[in-house]
Design a protein around this ligand. Structure first.
Ligand code: PLP
Length: 441
């Protein structure tokens, strides 16, 4: 019998096996407790081992676990679509299994929208550098993340064409508001250069996640972006895979800026990690030409609208609503930010603190990338490793404007985290950062 290996992110590394999770904590087989300060990959938004969700999944599994969407609909998927329509004000919904697929579906629907209206040349999708939209080839084409692109250049499109709204290290070396939002206005330059007749959509993460480390745009940025998109008949896709479903204190993060996208991609927090599911939400305006035209959306996967995953997501969203967790995010975020600022005052390697709600980021001082000889990794991966060894899980982020020098982490605990747990997180981070401080130059 050949020995089989589960492929892990770093092949020759060992990873502790998790035994179970409860609330903000995960426990491995050795009994080590971890404070999940990043909800895994910003996913376990309501914490681990929530009894109500486990029950809902078990009840659905007892009825039916799988039906094929070309043959049948099912109650949890229908109810979930209704729930999402009420939460987001987007009436149309396509269920898939991952954030990457939700982004790809958004791109395909944008292209199809224009085809059905008779504009077959509108096929390009534009995006920003310092972005991450997924690992499948279409979503990777949109992703301005050099390290994740480099092996697949021959297979992916060059869609990132504009600079990110990254005031901390402005790509134009300007300052807000004197910059007059050059990062947003650059989109108009690119559209004119490439020809609006060739462009279907522009895609962006409302708050830059994995590639940036919870980067908020400057005020007025998204209003300007939407104005430019509308002026040139280009659809605006908001990739809310990381920011959506309440993570930032509103169901959709783009609502912080009062801008209505044409299509939204959701994932991660949609089922808060209880079962794989993601969704593409589409406006009436985008769907109408498709309904009037071919009346078919060319997409779908075997597990699309899966009853088990739909029931998991539905029970997560219902619980979030009945417990008013989203409404409590802002207040608790201020509390968490207060402690992150305390850490910044205590440790000189911490520079920028940013983000919104429970999607917060820390950028490290650039010169801290240079470490003492014992450390052979980037500062971010060093911090993440040390934190895990010290019992705190952090999410590595920051691709860097040059694709190499980014150095940030995301702190995104479950939105259910209590103030007492925030205080505990501060104490744990403080002792981890003290160890780091003693080890680095
Ligand atoms: N879009 C954004 C903004 C993300 O952060 C991610 C994942 O990190 C994705 C898309 C891809 O989602 P998935 O990993 O579920 O395919």
């Amino acid at each position: 019998m050949p020995h089989s290996h589960l492929i892990k992110p770093v092949l020759n590394d060992t990873y502790p096996e998790i035994d179970y999770g409860k609330g903000v904590y995960l426990y491995d087989k050795e009994g080590t407790q971890y404070f999940d300060a990043c909800s895994g990959a910003v996913t376990a938004n309501i914490g681990h081992g929530m009894e109500e969700i486990v029950q809902a999944i078990a009840t659905q599994a007892n009825r039916v676990s799988f039906v094929y969407r070309s043959q049948f609909s099912n109650e949890p998927a229908e109810e979930l679509a209704n729930h999402l329509a009420k939460e987001t004000d987007f009436p149309w919904c396509f269920f898939v299994n991952s954030g990457s697929e939700a982004v790809e579906t958004a791109i395909k629907i944008a292209i199809q929208h224009w085809q059905e209206k008779g504009y077959a040349s509108k096929t390009k999708v534009l995006s920003r550098w310092l972005s991450y939209h997924g690992i499948t080839l279409g979503a990777l084409s949109a992703s301005g993340h050099p390290a994740r692109r480099e092996r697949f250049h021959s297979m992916i499109g060059d869609w990132p064409v504009v600079e990110p709204p990254y005031c901390y290290q402005c790509p134009f070396e300007k300052e807000f508001p004197k910059c007059n939002l050059q990062c947003a206005r650059q989109l108009e330059t690119m559209i004119k250069r490439m020809g609006p007749a060739n462009i279907a959509a522009f895609i962006a993460e409302p708050i830059i996640g994995a590639a940036g480390g919870a980067i908020n745009p400057p005020e007025g940025y998204y209003q300007k972006i939407k104005e430019i998109c509308d002026k040139y008949d280009i659809l605006f896709i908001a990739d809310e895979v990381m920011t959506g479903c309440g993570r930032t204190g509103k169901f959709l993060a783009i609502d912080h800026w009062g801008v209505k996208p044409d299509i939204v991609a959701l994932g991660k927090g949609l089922s808060a990690g209880y079962s794989p599911i993601a969704a593409t939400m589409i406006s009436e305006r985008v769907m109408q030409p498709i309904i009037d035209g071919s009346n078919i959306v060319m997409g779908g996967h075997t597990y699309s609208a899966n009853p088990l995953s739909s029931s998991a997501a539905l029970s997560v969203l219902k619980l979030i609503q009945s417990e008013h967790w989203i409404e409590k995010v802002e207040e608790k975020s201020i509390y968490l930010q207060h402690y992150l600022k305390k850490l910044k005052n205590e440790f000189s390697f911490i520079d920028d603190i940013r983000g919104k709600g429970f999607l917060l980021g820390i950028e490290f001082k650039n010169n801290w990338n240079v470490l003492k000889a014992e450390v052979d990794a980037s500062f971010t991966s060093y911090v993440v490793k040390e934190a895990q060894a010290g019992g705190v899980l952090l999410y590595p982020a920051g691709a860097g404007l040059d694709g190499k020098s980014g150095s940030a982490i995301i702190i995104a605990p479950p939105i259910t985290t209590t103030k007492r747990e925030i205080e505990e997180l501060y104490r744990r981070l403080r002792s981890i950062f003290s160890i780091i401080s003693s080890k680095v130059a």
